[in-house]
Design a protein. Structure first.
Length: 152
């Protein structure tokens, strides 16, 4: 028989982790954008760009230390750069899907927003999982032996 209490507890933990990790970068983006725009009187575009970068960096660290913590990866500038590139691709997918869905459908705006956010979120997560935060395996023995022979 399935132990539903453990299953529900695990589901609750994963759901809270997902929404916590997902909402913190969005709030960081929103707060940073608004503070820069209203306090410094900078343009919406520049404020939005800085907010996007702040939210993306926040998402990187949350993914690194919470979502993919079991991989025991350390911070590196290379992986942060890869995450910024993957986030930029996700942003392009979001804008492109918004445009396409707006032009080709008569759906309500919130449906179009939800679909475009889902597409870009799936893209960002898959790139984070398979590209940015992949665990690098140790070099096989035959490569180490070849390198040792060539250095002699």
């Amino acid at each position: 028989m399935i132990d539903f209490s453990n299953t529900l507890s695990d589901l609750k933990e994963k759901t809270l982790k997902f929404f916590g990790v997902g909402s913190a970068p969005l709030l960081t983006d929103l707060l940073t954008s608004n503070l820069i725009h209203y306090l410094l009187d900078w343009s919406l575009t520049l404020s939005g760009l800085i907010g996007f970068l702040a939210g993306t960096v926040m998402a990187y660290f949350l993914y690194l230390y919470i979502t993919f913590a079991e991989r025991e990866l350390d911070f590196s500038w290379k992986s942060l750069y890869r995450f910024l590139k993957s986030s930029l691709l996700a942003a392009i997918i979001r804008v492109a899907s918004l445009s396409v869905l707006e032009w080709t459908t008569n759906w309500f705006g919130f449906v179009i927003f939800a679909l475009s956010i889902a597409l870009s979120g799936i893209c960002r997560y898959c790139l984070a999982h398979f590209y940015v935060f992949k665990k690098m395996d140790e070099e096989p023995d035959n490569i180490r032996e070849t390198l040792a022979r060539t250095s002699d």
